[in-house]
Write a protein that binds this ligand. Structure first.
Ligand SMILES: [Cu+2]
Length: 204
């Protein structure tokens, strides 16, 4: 019975991560529940309970000596086991998980790992006082306003701007952040609406 309770906790604790664990790991592997990230990425990389590989293997790594604090962002396409191509519809399930979600002000190196099957990117946007992640309203083109962007990682296996981080690639960017609230987003068509955003808190 004790085992039953442990499994139950891992399947219900932590709203969004529980959803990932359920979707990607089938809520069956006890070890993945030790940390939210473990739940998300363990499931993504290990494959689903049906044995279908759900996450794209990474083909490169960011330099280990990037300046400042390091935030690792994992991008995941859920409900896919292979490249499907085309523009993502609104309602496609995607996930952007940044860890840690709080860093000190100053240089921050954001390392973006695309374990998804689609091409993605990562843009650092300021959040106005009182606003939360996910509150921007996409325009007709399915993207949000990037005014005030502090930088982006959109190159495959390279730093800074590019043509997008392809499936399995890693991109990175170093930005200088003052204390405040920021939103990390993927701003490819419909990806923001589909869940690719998370707040980053920068403390003094
Ligand atoms: Cu994306």
């Amino acid at each position: 019975m004790a085992r039953s309770r442990r499994i139950r906790r891992s399947c219900t604790g932590g709203a969004v991560f529980a959803a990932v664990a359920l979707a990607l790991a089938g809520c069956s592997a006890a070890p993945v529940a030790t940390t939210p990230m473990g739940a998300a990425m363990g499931g993504a990389r290990a494959g689903s309970s049906s044995g279908v590989r759900m996450g794209a293997p990474l083909s490169c790594e960011a330099p280990t000596d990037l300046p400042g604090s390091r935030v690792t962002v994992s991008l995941v396409d859920m409900g896919m086991s292979r490249m499907m191509g085309g523009v993502a519809r609104v309602g496609a399930r995607m996930l952007l998980v940044a860890r840690p979600a709080t860093v000190h002000s100053g240089p921050v190196s954001v390392v973006v790992e695309n374990s998804g099957w689609r091409t993605h990117e990562l843009v650092v946007l300021p959040l106005v006082a009182g606003a939360g992640a996910g509150q921007r309203v996409p325009g007709r083109d399915g993207t949000v306003d990037e005014s005030g962007s502090l930088g982006e990682a959109s190159a495959s296996c390279a730093a800074g701007h590019g043509e997008g981080i392809v499936s399995g690639a890693v991109g990175w960017v170093t930005v200088t952040l003052a204390p405040g609230h920021y939103e990390l987003v993927c701003n490819l068509e419909n990806h923001y609406a589909d869940g690719m955003r998370q707040e980053l808190l920068v403390t003094g």
